[in-house]
Design a protein around this ligand. Structure first.
Ligand SMILES: Cc1cc2nc3c(=O)[nH]c(=O)nc-3n(C[C@H](O)[C@H](O)[C@H](O)COP(=O)(O)O)c2cc1C
Length: 203
């Protein structure tokens, strides 16, 4: 049984155990097309800011998320290698776009199209990170979901978290080569196709 205490009385290990215990419901949550889910972190990925849309969709209070690692909302369907690519890129001072599935406090899930950027001080040093997320196109989500299933299957055969991440990244590079594209091209092709189909739908 999970510990019967409120989140602010539990330490991080206890909260993680509670989260792992909370079963995924399979229920998808959504947010409006004109809304943006925003969070900011320190350089270690601990949450320093979450806007009202973040809290509403993820089903947390501000007190529950501030100071917590961002993997608080990690969903098991996300391949490790996507987060490795994210961290490798932002820690080098570059931006990343990614399709991400997140879990809520109560075990629901929601897909986002995320833009993650480093924040610099006046000396050009990275002092934290910022993520803005919008509603993703459904067709893009279906394509990405298949790719992620594929990558997780590769990762699940590895012996450790690090080996899984590396095997996933190698598989991702291989898939992109087969498709004759790069990560950024694929992400933007999916986004462009999404905006074309939604414009066609509006006519
Ligand atoms: C600004 C920022 C936003 C992030 N947003 C998310 C997010 O929405 N969902 C998520 O699972 N991880 C997010 N991450 C990545 C997490 O820090 C973490 O790498 C990921 O959840 C994988 O955790 P794990 O290595 O414990 O499996 C974000 C990181 C940063 C710096």
């Amino acid at each position: 049984m999970p510990p019967c205490r409120s989140n602010d009385q539990m330490n991080w290990g206890e909260q993680k155990a509670m989260r792992d215990f909370t079963k995924l419901t399979g229920v998808e949550r959504s947010f409006d097309e004109d809304e943006i889910i925003v969070s900011k972190t320190d350089t270690k990925g601990r949450i320093t800011y979450a806007n009202e849309v973040f809290l509403r969709v993820a089903q947390y209070t501000e007190e529950e998320v501030l100071g917590q690692p961002h993997n608080l909302i990690r969903h098991p369907e996300m391949p490790r290698c996507v987060f490795q690519y994210l961290w490798d890129t932002i820690s080098e001072g570059r931006e990343v776009f990614a399709y991400v599935i997140n879990r809520t406090k109560l075990g629901d899930h929601y897909w986002v199209f995320a833009h993650v950027t480093p924040t610099f001080d006046t000396q050009g040093r990275i002092i934290g990170y910022h993520s803005n997320r919008r509603v993703p196109d459904r067709k893009a989500v279906e394509t990405v979901r298949k790719l992620y299933t594929d990558l997780r299957s590769v990762e699940s055969k590895a012996g450790s978290a690090r080996a899984a991440s590396e095997a996933g990244l190698a598989a991702l590079v291989g898939r992109l080569q087969e498709m004759g594209t790069t990560y950024d091209e694929l992400i933007f092709q999916l986004a462009r196709e999404g905006s074309r189909s939604s414009m066609a739908g509006a006519c």
